[in-house]
Design a protein around this ligand. Structure first.
Ligand SMILES: Cc1ncc(COP(=O)(O)O)c(C=O)c1O
Length: 391
């Protein structure tokens, strides 16, 4: 969470005063306005607000017809929710290496494509853009769907197009830790009308069936879905957050650039698939050894983090996935389903050595968009001093 305050408080107060917190009852229509504003800001034809980013990922895959018998390739470095979202559809996550940018390694992903593969889920981790050109080429070559997990990259872009709008569908998250927030929340973005209609039906099947008018422009057949419907308070907060998004990104990027420019002769940085579109939340330093990375991360004034230490973001910590407990009920567990018996779920802790190596030699420093010039200078000075001590 970066910037939240009186604008959000006033927006929430208005909704409460209207006494209409439910999105379908024609109150202030915050949800409808928020989705419209999101479409305009992101340059995308369809947006659906949902309860979370994971909900949006699941709805995107359901809309693509993904389920038992299908493999979805996910990077070995992403929050566990990405892999769990695949399992929630009945499909199997296939784990691929990352490259030095900390995003999915496209050539390794290609090696893992099988006749069962239906989709790839690139993850713009820490706001770092994935190699979207490489991924869209794979999608075309092998007839796959690209489901973008842009949950950590709200508003970022790749070659001028917002992350989450480049693949067949994308997911944003607005939980407490994201670039913009409503505490919890998410959105599905897609330019594909059929995917939109199916995701719309899936995310709110009971209210769609009950509240008249919602199906008027939907031509896909209604099917039983789930309940990921959002509410007017969340939407009102997000409308204010959307107004702040590009300002937050501009200041994050400015601070990141100033730090990297000042340190360019002293350090190596992780490469980027599009530095201009990077969200700017994190400077990623690259070292020759884990020892050097740890020394730097813990030096005075650095407050660095090695991504290898970020728990459930690293596949080796995806315990229920690695131990193949895909659901409580055995007949609902993708790992036990007959349709999945020939699929690739040969997981082991050492299956992605390149990823583990990269994550152990990288150090993140988190950026604050509201740092003053003096605070940025302090970070630079601390890095320079820590760099000298390493030399
Ligand atoms: C990369 C990634 N994917 C998916 C999610 C799931 O988002 P949410 O918590 O909104 O369900 C997160 C959340 O932290 C995430 O970081």
């Amino acid at each position: 969470m970066y910037r939240i305050g009186k604008e959000e408080i006033q927006a929430v107060a208005k909704v409460i005063e209207s006494r209409e917190l439910f999105k379908c009852n024609g109150g202030l229509q915050e949800t409808m306005h928020c989705e419209q504003e999101m479409k305009e800001l992101f340059g995308c034809q369809n947006a659906i607000l949902m309860t979370s980013g994971k909900a949006a990922l699941i709805a995107a895959m359901v809309a693509c017809g993904i389920g038992p018998g299908d493999e979805v390739i996910v990077p070995a470095y992403t929050y566990i929710a990405s892999a769990m979202a695949v399992l929630a559809t009945g499909a199997i996550p296939v784990i691929a290496e990352i490259d030095e940018s900390c995003t999915i390694d496209v050539s390794d992903a290609e090696k893992r494509i099988s006749r069962h593969t239906k989709a790839i889920m690139p993850v713009n981790i820490q706001g770092f853009p994935c190699d979207m050109d490489g991924l869209m080429n794979l999608a075309e070559k092998y007839n796959l769907k690209i489901i973008e997990d842009a949950c950590q990259a709200d508003g970022g872009s790749h070659k001028g197009r917002r992350l989450g709008t480049i693949g067949h569908a994308g997911a944003l998250s607005f939980n407490q830790f994201k670039i913009i927030t409503s505490g919890e929340g998410g959105a599905l973005l897609t330019n594909d009308r059929t995917l939109f209609e199916r995701a719309f039906i899936y995310h709110d099947s009971s209210a769609i069936a009950y509240f008249g008018g919602q199906l008027d422009e939907i031509s896909e057949a209604q099917f039983c879905g789930t309940e990921y419907r959002t509410n007017e308070i969340t939407a009102a907060i997000l409308r204010e957050q959307l107004k702040k998004l590009d300002g937050i990104l501009a200041d994050l990027r400015k601070n990141k650039k100033n730090i990297m420019d000042a340190l360019q002769n002293d350090f190596c940085f992780a490469p980027s698939h599009d530095a201009a579109g990077d969200c700017g939340t994190t400077v990623a330093f690259m070292f020759d050894s884990e020892e050097a990375a740890r020394k730097f991360a813990t030096a005075d004034g650095i407050h660095g983090t090695l991504p290898i230490d970020t728990g459930k973001h690293v596949y080796t910590h995806w315990t229920p996935v690695l131990e193949k407990r895909g659901a409580l009920h055995p007949l609902m567990d993708p790992f036990k389903m007959q349709a999945n018996k020939d699929l690739n779920h040969n997981y082991s802790p050492d299956m992605c050595p390149k990823t583990l190596d990269i994550l152990a030699k990288t150090v993140y420093i988190g950026i604050n968009p509201d740092w003053s010039k003096a605070e940025v200078e302090k970070v630079i000075a601390a890095c320079k001093a820590a760099g000298k001590a390493l030399a």
